[in-house]
Write a protein that binds this ligand. Structure first.
Ligand code: SAH
Length: 341
């Protein structure tokens, strides 16, 4: 089956033409998929029955089914989706003052091996197509009847390990013929694939880059994240500098705090030395304990002290609002209940 949801308008026009139809039909079909967010070819009421039948036989809308929705007291909702091939991915909808934000997955599983992360436990199953990344947003928007303002690619998977589909997805989600979400409202989070960060800096997007730093030095980063053995602490920071130079977009450093691992005053000082002079933002995240790994989250007071120290140095720091506690909100947790990975 041809995955038409992952096609740009141009590609769709060529495809529709190859079926012996007029090119303008493609625009109509594109709108059904990417603006009206339909789930079935029969919803395309301005398309002839015969073309709909041809499409049904040859093309796929690459839809996902909502398998489960968990709602937390703060309004955060976690969605478990079933893919066409019986796999599961997760997305999270969060409600902020400035609007609805959706966190989507870029892969089923992950092969980066971060020791604190649930998504990586069973390795990588496969990468998602651009259309499947879009589909998570489309289904959530349809289910909740609320317009999505922000998208963060921060769910399961490493987006830069699925680079081409990610780039395609970002073009499509910001396309005026689609959801038209401004690049400034898009964030991509990476564990630090430096070559890809540099390549991404050249794409001309205005998205925010979030770098999962999680340590104030090479040794601790290596302990938490195997990718640190391939790209050193200094290399990853200089790739972020490059991103800032090219795009003018301030980089966010994510720092998940684990009790006794990376949360000391010394860590805060080292972190200041490493990134303090950069135009950046640090997002502290209490590590979400996952059964398999034995990490404990830093205590609230420790996190507050760490934050204060960084702020005294003039760094822009936030503590990620603990959204969705009580639901399986850590990446990959909900999926693991369905799939024995
Ligand atoms: N592969 C991307 C996106 C992963 S998930 C990346 O590495 O950035 C988004 C963020 O949540 C990352 O910073 C990731 O390191 C962090 N994360 C994953 N599991 C976590 C956990 N159990 N507790 C706290 N943060 C976690």
């Amino acid at each position: 089956m041809v995955d038409i949801k992952s096609m740009s308008l141009k590609e769709l026009e060529n495809y529709i033409e190859s079926l012996g139809e007029k090119r303008f039909r493609a625009k109509q079909i594109y709108e059904w998929m990417h603006v009206k967010l339909i789930e079935d070819f029969d919803e395309m009421t301005n398309i002839s029955k015969s073309l709909r039948e041809t499409l049904k036989e040859n093309a796929s809308l690459c839809t996902m089914k909502i398998k489960e929705v968990q709602t937390a007291e703060d309004g955060t909702q976690k969605f478990l989706f079933e893919t066409y091939d019986g796999e599961f991915v997760e997305s999270v909808k969060m409600v902020y003052k400035h609007g609805i934000s959706v966190c989507i997955s870029s892969q089923i599983g992950c092969r980066m091996g971060c020791t604190f992360c649930a998504s990586t436990v069973g390795g990588l199953i496969r990468s998602l197509a651009a259309g499947e990344m879009l589909e998570q947003i489309y289904r959530i928007q349809r289910y909740t009847n609320e317009r999505v303002h922000n998208v963060v690619v921060m769910g399961m998977g490493e987006p830069f390990d699925n680079y081409d589909e990610l780039v395609k997805f970002l073009h499509m989600v910001s396309d005026e013929n689609g959801l038209n979400i401004s690049g400034r409202n898009l964030t991509v989070s990476t564990c630090g694939l430096c070559d890809k960060i540099r390549e991404f800096a050249e794409e001309g997007f205005t998205c925010t880059l979030a770098l999962s730093l999680h340590a104030s030095n090479q040794a601790t980063r290596e302990r938490l994240m195997p990718i640190a053995k391939m790209y050193s602490f200094d290399e990853v920071l200089s790739a972020c500098d490059y991103y800032f130079e090219k795009t003018g977009r301030r980089v966010t450093f994510e720092y998940s705090m684990a009790d006794g691992i990376n949360d000391s005053d010394e860590d805060a000082e080292n972190l200041y030395r490493a990134v303090g002079k950069k135009n950046c933002h640090i997002n502290l995240i209490p590590i979400n304990p996952v059964r398999e790994n034995g990490y404990k989250e830093s205590e609230g007071q420790r996190i507050a002290a760490f934050k204060n120290k960084l702020e005294k140095y003039g760094i822009n720091v936030t503590i990620r609002r603990e959204m969705g506690r009580g639901i399986d909100a850590a990446c990959g947790q909900l999926r693991k209940r369905y799939k024995d990975v």
